[in-house]
Write a protein that binds this ligand. Sequence first.
Ligand code: SF4
Length: 458
Amino acid sequence: MLSVFDIFKIGIGPSSSHTVGPMRIGVRFLEEAASAGVLKGAARAKIDLHGSLALTGIGHGTDKAAMLGLMGFEPDKTDPDAAQEAVAQVRAEGKLALHGGGDIAFDPATDIDLRGDIIPTIHPNEMRLHLFNAAGVEIFARTYYSVGGGFIASEKQLTTKSEDDRIALPQRGPHAFASAADLLGICAEKNLHVHELILENEDDFRPRVETEHRLDQIWFAMRACIDRGLKTEGVLPGGLNVKRRAPQLWAKLHEAPLANEREQIFDWLNVYAMAVNEENAAGGRVVTAPTNGAAGIIPSVLKYYCADDDINIAHIRIFLLTAAGIGMLYKQRASISGAEMGCQGEVGVACSMAAGGLAAVWGASPGQVERAAEIGMEHNLGLTCDPVGGLVQIPCIERNAIGAVKAVNAARLAIRAADDPKVSLDQVIETMRQTGLDMSRKYKETSEGGLAVNVVEC
Ligand code: SF4
C-alpha cells in the first residue's frame, strides 16, 4: 500500500537501492530471525551480495549499509557520523553487535561476499543473509531484494506475480488509482486537484494534521540537506577526487548582483541540486525523491520556486503531494530502480515528478499536471546508469542539476500548450518500462559500460 512517505523517505546516502535498502534488509532479516527464535543462538553472520549490489556495492556503500542493518541502524534514524564510527569499529575490532543478539566475530573481508558474476533472475539487486551457530551450522537464511528508492521485498513477494506481471501496489484510501488515466478520471469526477486526491488518500493512513506535519518534516530535511551542501567544502570520498562545487557556486551567486543575467535561474537550480547530491555522495542525510541518486531535483525546484525568499508551506505541500502521486504511478506501473530501468528510472522519474509538482504550484489543471509529468519523462527516455567507479558522483551530481532545469521547462511547456497532448503519461511510463527491460545490463547500475568504462579513474 503506497503512501506519500514511501516515496519520500529520510535516509542516508549515497544510494537508496544500494544503501537504504540493504540497511532495511538487515533490520528485517534480524526481526524474522528473532520471530523464528534463532537470533540468540547466532555466533556468525554472512552477507552475500549479488548482481548490481556487488558490482557497484563498494562505491555505493552497500557493504557498510549491510553491516549497519545487522547492527540495527535504521536509515531514517541514523546519524551519518555515528554510522561511520560503527562501521570503523567493526573493521578495527573484528566483531559486530548483532541487534537483538550478542556480539559476533565479523570480518568484512571474508563475511561479505561480493559476487558480481551472479546475475539474479528475480531482480538485479539481490542480497542473501545467513546466520550460523557456534558449531558453524547454518540456522537461518533469507534472500531479499532492494527494488529501488529504498523499497525492499522478499523472494516470495517478488515471485508472487500480479495478473499483468507488475508488482501490485494499489493505493490506500477512497481514491485508489492504477494509472494516470484513472487518476485523471477521479479528479474529473470528484472535482479534485491531484494533490487534494492524494491528501484524501493519506487520510486513510493517519490524521490529516499528522500528514501535514510529516510533509513539512520532509521539506525541512530537504532544506537542511541543501544548507549543508552549500556550506561544506572539500573532496568527495571514494577516490575519484571529485571536488564539491556547490559552495563555490553559492558564493559566486551571492557576490553577483541578482538577476543581472537572465540565465541566472540555471545557476540557482544547479547549485541547490548539486548541494543535495554532493551531500548524498558524501553519505549525508538525504530524502529519497524518489531515490537517493536523483535526490537533488525535487528539493532544487521546491527551494527555488516555493522557498527562496518567503517559504510558502501551502505550495510546498501541494508540490510534494502531487509529485508523490506521480511517483506512485512509476513505482506501480514500472520501476524506480536504476538497476532495472537505468537512470531514466531515477533521474527521469524525479524530473517527471518535479515537473508535475511545479505545474500544480503554478495552478495547473490535473490534465496539465499529467502533461508536465509526461514531458519530464519523455525527454529522459533511454537515459543510462553508468556511474564512474561505481560511485554516485559522475554523472549523477550534474545530472540532477540538468534534471532540475529540465523539470521546470517541462512544466512550462505543459502550461503553455494550447493543443491536446499526443502522448499520455501512461504511454510514456510504459515506454520507460519497455526501454528499461530492453536496455543492456551494462547500462543498469553495473558500471560495466558507458562513462564507467570510458572515463579513466585517477
Ligand atoms: S547514473 Fe543515475 S541511476 Fe545511476 S547511480 Fe547515478 S543517479 Fe543513480
